[in-house]
Design a protein around this ligand. Structure first.
Ligand code: ZN
Length: 242
């Protein structure tokens, strides 16, 4: 089974379209989305429609949760609050219901998928230091897990507890002697100082991950954000990959 795994689209239509075009050459059997379809970007409805069309399974992200009325805005910094409020008002009832119906976790025999962490998925913890990585692994029973949320591509092994070196567009075999957590990076708002959209192709039988980095028309995504008068920082960061 060849899977494409995408995460953290954040209403960036231009990035999502570029990723879907790149995927046509990769010919995955299924596309799985780890959540955060919306928030930050100017094209939430368009992104929801494309995800509904192309993804066989989709899980809930924290921005989706706020826009669906499940979580409150209070925990977010000002720019995020402004974009989340704008998004919530923009989405129609059926789009909000769609987001509200997304699950926190998707579990297969070999692989499990979650937006943030398997430790209290609804708390949206950032796996950005070792203690939270340890808590995540305590709750992982499958050999492999995919999680997004930090927008930072990474492969963690339970034994090493540190991210392995990554390379783009070349196959990376996952170690089979320990449990693995893979972050596929972000389609619509990468934060690893590489502004290209990021996603992963996963060969489940061979346990091989390939990170794809895809150029897209960043200026069009930025113009969309400026046109709806969202904070300019949300446009600027796209060019820098932060
Ligand atoms: Zn996100």
């Amino acid at each position: 089974m060849r899977l494409a795994i995408i995460s953290d689209i954040h209403a960036n239509l231009q990035a999502l379209e570029a990723v879907l075009r790149d995927m046509e050459k990769q010919i995955p059997d299924h596309v799985i989305c780890l959540g955060d379809l919306v928030g930050y970007g100017a094209f939430p409805s368009e992104c929801i429609q494309l995800v509904q069309k192309h993804c066989s399974q989709v899980i809930l992200g924290n921005h989706d949760s706020v826009c669906a009325g499940i979580d409150s805005l209070d925990d977010y910094y000002e720019e995020a609050q402004i974009s989340l409020e704008w998004t919530r008002n923009r989405l129609d009832e059926s789009e909000q219901e769609y987001l509200a119906g997304l699950p926190y976790i998707l579990e297969g025999e070999q692989t499990i998928y979650v937006h943030a962490s398997l430790h209290c998925p609804e708390q949206w913890e950032y796996i950005d230091y070792e203690e939270l990585l340890r808590l995540h692994f305590e709750n992982q029973e499958t050999p492999v897990c995919f999680a997004g949320h930090t927008h930072l591509p990474a492969i963690f092994g339970r034994k090493a507890m540190a991210s392995a070196a990554l390379s783009w567009n070349s196959p990376l075999p996952l170690p089979k002697d320990q449990q693995i957590l893979v972050n596929p990076g972000s389609v619509g708002q990468p934060r690893d100082q590489d502004p290209r959209a990021c996603y992963v192709i996963y060969d489940e039988a061979q346990r091989i991950v390939t990170y794809r980095r895809v150029r897209y028309e960043i200026a069009r995504a930025q113009n969309g954000i400026r046109a709806v008068k969202m904070p300019s920082f949300l446009a600027e960061r796209l060019a820098e990959g932060i």
